[in-house]
Design a protein around this ligand. Structure first.
Ligand code: ATP
Ligand code: MG
Length: 391
C-alpha cells in the first residue's frame, strides 16, 4: 500500500488536442505549489493526476491544502494505492476504515465502486456488495445506509486500485499560465483582490500595480497591499507588484482640477499609467475591482470616461456583483480580514464631498489640459518600485 494524493481536473478535459499542453502546465504548477515539501512524483494517467510522495511521513494535510488552491484542480483526495486483487482490496479497506471510524465517529456507510480495468474479474455492483459485506463483518458498529451514509467508501479499480473516503473540493478554473498575462490594479480594498483572483482562476498570470501616495497614505497601507498580494500568490504563484509613486500627481490634480472631477481624473491617470506598465511587462489586459454603480467613479458614465483612456481590454469581473457577494468571495479566498484593516487608501485621502456621478468627457478633457502632468507621469513610471512577492 502506498499513500498518495488523487487530483481531479475539470475543464481541461474538454480541451481536445490541446489537452496535453494544459495538463503539462498544471503538473508544473502542482510541482511548484508543493515546492519544499519533499520529493514527489507527479503522474498523469487517464485524465487524472496522482501525486506520489517518496517519503512515508509526507505532510499530506499541508499538501492537500496547497493543492486545493491550484487553479485547474476540481478536487483532491488522500488515497491508498494498492494492487488490483480483491484480497488486497479487502484487507486494505479494513485497515483504512479502522483509521476512519475513531477519527470521525462514523456509523453508516456505503461502498461505491468503479471498475476501469475490464480485466478485473468482478463487476462494480459485485465489488460493492462483497466489500460492503466484508466491512460489515469486520466492524459490528457499522451499518449500510445507501441514501444518506456518514461516509462513502470509494474503490476505483484501474491498473492499480485506489481506495478513499475523503473528497476535498478545489476551485476549478484553468492552470495559471495557459491564458496569457494581465495587470491587476490592486488597491488595499475588498474588491480588487477578489477581481484578480477571479481572472487568475481562468488561467491568467497576474502582475499587480499599486498607486501609492506616501506620506498621505502610510507605510502600513503599502504593507497591507503586499499582504494581499501574498494571499493571491498562494493561489497563482509569484506576483510582481509595481508600486507607483502617486503623491505628486494627486497633489497636482488636487490643486488644479475642479474638486468634483478629482476622482475621475485620478482614475483616468491610473488607467493610463497601468496600460503603460502592462505594455512594458507583456500584459494584454487590465483588471479592476469595479462594479456598476458601487461609487460615483463606477457609474456607467464614469466607467465610460475612464475606460476611454486605454486601448487594451479592461476586465471587471465584479461588474455585476453586489458588495455582499464580493465580501462572501473575499472571505472564502482569505483576503477579507486583511482588506478591512483600517489603513487609508490614496482614493480616500483626496476625495471630494460630492464627486461627479455623470462626468462629461469634453469637460474632463478641458480640465486635464490645465493639469499638464506628462512629465509627472513619466517620472512616476520611472520611479516605480517592483516588489516580487514569493509564494
Ligand atoms: P477596492 O475595494 O478594490 O479598493 P473600491 O470600491 O474602493 O474598490 P475604487 O477606490 O473606486 O473602488 O477603485 C476602483 C478600482 O480601481 C479598484 O477595485 C482597483 O482595481 C483600482 N484602484 C483603486 N485604488 C487603487 C490604488 N491605490 N492602486 C491600484 N489600483 C487602485
Ligand atoms: Mg479602493
Amino acid at each position: 500500500m502506498k499513500k498518495i494524493i488523487l487530483v481531479r481536473v475539470g475543464e481541461i478535459i474538454l480541451k481536445g488536442l490541446n489537452r496535453p499542453v494544459f495538463e503539462e502546465k498544471l503538473v508544473g504548477n502542482i510541482k511548484k505549489s508543493l515546492n519544499g515539501m519533499g520529493k514527489i512524483d507527479v503522474i498523469r494517467s487517464q485524465g487524472r493526476i496522482y501525486v506520489e510522495p517518496a517519503e512515508e511521513d509526507y505532510c499530506f494535510a499541508e499538501a492537500m491544502e496547497r493543492l486545493t488552491k491550484v487553479f485547474g484542480i476540481v478536487s483532491v483526495s488522500p488515497v491508498w494505492k494498492i494492487n488490483s486483487t480483491f484480497d488486497e482490496i479487502k484487507s486494505n479497506s479494513v485497515d483504512m476504515v479502522k483509521d476512519l471510524i475513531p477519527k470521525n465517529g462514523f456509523r453508516t456507510f456505503k461502498v461505491e465502486a468503479k471498475r476501469g480495468n475490464k480485466k478485473f474479474p468482478m463487476e462494480s455492483p459485485e465489488i460493492c456488495r462483497e466489500l460492503g459485506g466484508h466491512l460489515l463483518d469486520n466492524f459490528e458498529q457499522l451499518s449500510v445506509n445507501v441514501n444518506n451514509p456518514d461516509f462513502i467508501f470509494y474503490v476505483e479499480v484501474r491498473e492499480f486500485t485506489y481506495i478513499y473516503s475523503e473528497i476535498l473540493p478545489a476551485n476549478g478554473g484553468m492552470p495559471i499560465g495557459t491564458n496569457g498575462k494581465a495587470l491587476l490594479l490592486l488597491s488595499g480594498g475588498i474588491d480588487s483582490p477578489v477581481a484578480g483572483w477571479m481572472i487568475a482562476k481562468r488561467g491568467v498570470e497576474i502582475e499587480a500595480v499599486h498607486f501609492y501616495s506616501y506620506p498621505y497614505t502610510s507605510e502600513r497601507a503599502k504593507d497591507k497591499v503586499i499582504e494581499l498580494a501574498k494571499i493571491l500568490a498562494s493561489y497563482c504563484g509569484q506576483i510582481k507588484v509595481h508600486v507607483v509613486p502617486f503623491t505628486d500627481i494627486q497633489l497636482a490634480i488636487n490643486e488644479k482640477c475642479p474638486e468634483d472631477e478629482m476622482t475621475i481624473i485620478m482614475r483616468r491617470v491610473m488607467m493610463e499609467i497601468s496600460e503603460r506598465i502592462a505594455n512594458k511587462v507583456g500584459a494584454l489586459a487590465l483588471i479592476t475591482g469595479e462594479s456598476v454603480g458601487q461609487v460615483a467613479s463606477q457609474t456607467i458614465q464614469s466607467l465610460v470616461v475612464t475606460n476611454i483612456v486605454v486601448d487594451m481590454p479592461v476586465f471587471r469581473p465584479l461588474i455585476g456583483m453586489d458588495k455582499n457577494e464580493v465580501i462572501e468571495r473575499a472571505r472564502k479566498i482569505g483576503t477579507f480580514e486583511t482588506s478591512i484593516l483600517p489603513y487609508e487608501d490614496c482614493c480616500t485621502v483626496f476625495v471630494a464631498k460630492h464627486p461627479k456621478t455623470k462626468p462629461k468627457l469634453e469637460k474632463i478633457l478641458i480640465s486635464e489640459k490645465e493639469l499638464d502632468i506628462k512629465d509627472m507621469i513619466e517620472s512616476a513610471i520611472e520611479n516605480t518600485e517592483i516588489i516580487r512577492i514569493p509564494v
